[in-house]
Design a protein around this ligand. Sequence first.
Ligand code: MRU
Length: 357
Amino acid sequence: MPLETIKYEKSEGLEILDQTLLPATTQYIQVRNVEDGWNVINKMQVRGAPAIAIVGCLSLVEEIIRQRTIWSFKDKKDFYYFIENKLNYLVSARPTAVNMKKAADKLIKMANDFCDDDNCTLFNMIKGITLEIRGMLSKDVQDNKAIGNFGATEILNLNDVPKDGFVRILTHCNTGSLATAAYGTALGVIRSLHEKEKLEHVYCTETRPFNQGARLTAYELVHDNIPATLICDNMVAAVLKTKRITAIVVGADRVAMNGDTANKIGTYQIAILAKYHNVPFYVAVPRTSMDVNMPNGDNIIIEERSEKEITHMNNVRIAAEGIKCWNPAFDVTPANLITGYITEVGVLQPHEFSQHM
Ligand code: MRU
């Protein structure tokens, strides 16, 4: 059975797989409205830049169709203010990934255009917005499959690919079916290499402190029978020195126009190690994670999370009482450490971004 992080049926509603309980427990949570959507995103019961945007927007659809009727809105402008308010609230659930913000801006602009169109009724406006949001699920899967294919081709064409054609990949955090509508971005590249029977082995990092690698990526790799080894975050240099890694592929939460990339904390140090060991370092990223309003990475807001994620494991304190902690959830990797950006339209360099946005 494929992994399904977002279950959505028009008739049955929206459920998300609670990722805080994985891998031990598989339990879905019903998302009935925007407040539920905000909470599951903020608590990281659903996480990963594309999944955050899809669940956030679908929670708005759920609120519109289950908790309101067309009579709840006086007119199109009233509906416009309603969704503008709800979408901006959803953006505030987590600040670093740009996908939710971009989706919100797009939907608010659409709603504004519907208001300006005298031939569009309130009914058609509501229908247009809900259809656009429902389409996000299939669009994301389509993008991820394209990313997977472009990434696999790029890596198989690298100069350092062993003669037998089998490659060895290192990845960080979780960018798979659990972080997207399905298939994944960096994990999509790995899945594609595996499907092409060209993948020898994957190394995935534990990804402290939230352990997305140990809990989620390892779970996906085992689920798909992909040959893989879990390592602690401080073993990357040793792996690059000894395990003949062909390429590193990671995801992104926000890519600035000069290529600087915000991704899970620890990505930056892996990119530095990749440079030192001469290993190509790729960012697999749908264009929904690229931010035209961010010229470089200097002003990307980095979410800081609770100290408890560092001091405790499974609610048991492991750190000395009284110690202070700093827990940024992301860091920014400068563009000059990144070999290429594997997108759904091909492998790009930053100077090519603007023509594809
Ligand atoms: O804090 P998280 O688990 O939401 O962070 C996830 C990542 O950093 C991913 O690499 C990124 O969102 C891309 S997911 C396709």
